[in-house]
Every structure is written in structure tokens, then in C-alpha cells.
Design a protein around this ligand. Structure first.
Ligand code: PAF
Length: 296
């Protein structure tokens, strides 16, 4: 067993390899100070409602790290729409069981008062990186993400942090955050985990009906066909039209389809060797995003 038992906190279960659960910053930091010296700490920040995509991040972390920390915190600051926040799925007991099963070492699960003990005055500005796509349609979203991640990075002090490529723009923002604020950690972006239908795994999928889940698979079908059109023609308008046709046939309302430079996220010049097609849309009132990287 890698971690010694700490009697100040309750183990989630009594299996041999215990996952320790903390909800207080001080107790969690004390534990790390005491038991993590010289360890490679892998960190997977989440908002819970865990799915295979999150568990894959944890498995990746377990390959290279000797302590894996997962945080669950539904961060109010990154929701520009209060009803989206209210409807965000919360499945704490199931999440704990899943993490226990894959032998996550430490779970940090603070409440909002613990994280935001005082009003945050600081504001992040990621420039053009946040003026497009998610940043444009969800004003303040990346400021909220950057604030909570900065706090979590200070609390956990990870060696490596893991993010899923489904949130392509978030990955670009986090990379900037880590570089600009000299956080001493490596960031690994892990490819999107998909359902057999191609649908990108997302906590929000839990809000879709069975019919919705099947319709939502047309997002990746559209992106895949769009990729073919882009490869064959390099024509961005035709590519977007093709994707739009496919998703609209499945009753998905498009919010945006953008073809961007993967580094800057600005609209891609037609001579680029690599582009990313990003999608956001609504189905059954649920906002879904996905992307595909295209090598040309
Ligand atoms: O991707 C998410 O789940 C969230 O944006 C994150 C990174 C946990 C920050 O709240």
C-alpha cells in the first residue's frame, strides 16, 4: 500500500487499498505534506458525475504517478448560466465507488465555502484565446476555470495534471495558465473517450434521453464527415455546411462550428497543415461540445 492510514480522515471503504477522502483544504494539505514527499503526484480535476472519460484520465495518471489525486468540485464561477449550474448532475456516492474501484489514492471534495472563503477579486484575461467559441458563447467561463484551477493547483501541488481533449479550448487556456503563472507541473492532454456510437463521453450526456443519446452520436459523425470534406477540398465553408446538415438532421441546434488553428484557436488559414474543427450545440436543452483534429 502506498499511503499510510491517517486516522484524522475516514476511508471511503474498508478494502485493502484505501482511498482517502478529504473535504477540508488544511487536512488535505497536511496529509500531502506528511505522506507525499518525493512522490510523483498525478492530478485529475473534475466536476464529478464521473464517466469512462474521467476514469481513463485516472488510469493514465496511475501509469506515471505514485499518488493519484482526483478533485470533485462543481465550480459555480465557471457557469455563465445559473440553470446550467443547477442542472449539473451530482452523483457523489457513485463517483466515490468508481474511484475506489480503480484505486484512486486521494479524493478532494471541498464545498464552495471551502474553496471561495472570500470573494475572488482577481480576473484572468486570456486575450484572443477566450474571445472565440466557448469564451465567446460563455462569457466569464474561462476566468472561472482559471481561478478554480489556480486554487486547486496550489492546494494539490501536482507533478502532472491530466485533461481531456474534448475540452480543446480549456486545454489551451490551462496550458497558458500553467506557463504564464510558472506553475511547476507538466500538463498531459488525453484523447477524448467515446461511446461505441462515437459520442464523446461527457457528464452532460446523463441528462439526455435514450433517443437523445442516439441522436447526439451524429455530432461525431458530422465531425468525421467534415474532416473528409476538409481533407479533400480545404474548403471551410463546405466543411461547416456538411457538418451542419448532419447534426441538424438529428434535431441538434448548432451554436457554433469553427475551423481553427489548434495553437491560437483563431480561424485557420487555408494553408495550415493541422486544423481543429470545434462544435457546440444543443439537444434536448443540453449543451454538447466536441472537436476533431485534422491533419492536412
Ligand atoms: O473540465 C472540467 O470538468 C472543469 O472545467 C474543471 C477543469 C474541473 C475546472 O472546474
Amino acid at each position: 500500500m502506498k499511503i499510510k492510514y491517517n486516522f484524522d480522515v475516514l476511508p471511503f471503504s474498508c478494502s485493502l487499498q484505501l482511498m482517502l477522502v478529504f473535504d477540508k483544504i488544511a487536512a488535505f494539505k497536511d496529509h500531502l505534506n506528511q505522506y507525499s514527499k518525493g512522490s510523483i503526484i498525478g492530478f485529475v480535476p473534475t466536476m464529478g458525475a464521473l464517466h469512462e472519460g474521467h476514469l481513463h484520465l485516472v488510469s493514465e495518471a496511475k501509469k506515471s504517478c505514485n499518488i493519484v489525486v482526483v478533485s470533485i468540485f462543481v465550480n459555480p464561477l465557471q457557469f455563465n448560466n445559473s440553470s446550467d449550474f443547477d442542472k449539473y448532475p451530482i452523483t457523489i456516492e457513485k463517483d466515490k465507488a468508481l474511484l475506489e474501484e480503480i484505486k484512486c489514492d486521494l479524493l478532494f471534495i471541498p464545498n464552495a465555502t471551502e474553496i471561495y472563503s472570500q470573494k475572488t477579486r482577481l480576473k484572468f484575461d486570456f486575450g484572443t484565446l477566450e474571445q472565440v467559441m466557448e469564451g465567446k458563447f460563455r462569457p466569464g467561463h474561462f476566468n472561472g476555470v482559471a481561478i478554480v484551477l489556480s486554487k486547486l493547483f496550489h492546494i494539490v501541488s501536482p507533478t502532472i495534471v491530466y485533461f481531456g481533449q474534448k475540452d480543446f479550448q480549456q486545454c489551451a487556456v490551462v496550458k497558458t495558465l500553467i506557463e504564464d503563472l510558472s506553475f511547476n507541473m507538466k500538463m498531459i492532454t488525453v484523447p477524448t473517450v467515446r461511446e461505441a456510437s462515437g459520442l464523446a463521453m461527457s457528464s452532460r450526456n446523463q441528462r439526455l434521453s435514450q433517443e437523445g443519446l442516439s441522436k447526439a452520436s451524429s455530432i461525431f459523425a458530422g465531425l468525421s464527415q467534415g474532416m473528409q470534406v476538409l481533407k479533400e477540398t480545404r474548403n471551410k465553408t463546405k466543411t461547416k455546411e456538411q457538418i451542419q446538415k448532419i447534426v441538424e438532421a438529428a434535431c441538434i441546434e448548432v451554436e457554433y462550428i469553427e475551423i481553427a488553428d489548434p495553437k491560437t484557436l483563431l480561424p485557420a488559414d487555408t494553408d495550415l497543415r493541422q486544423m481543429v474543427i470545434c462544435f457546440a450545440g444543443f439537444l434536448e436543452g443540453v449543451r454538447l461540445i466536441d472537436n476533431i483534429v485534422v491533419d492536412l
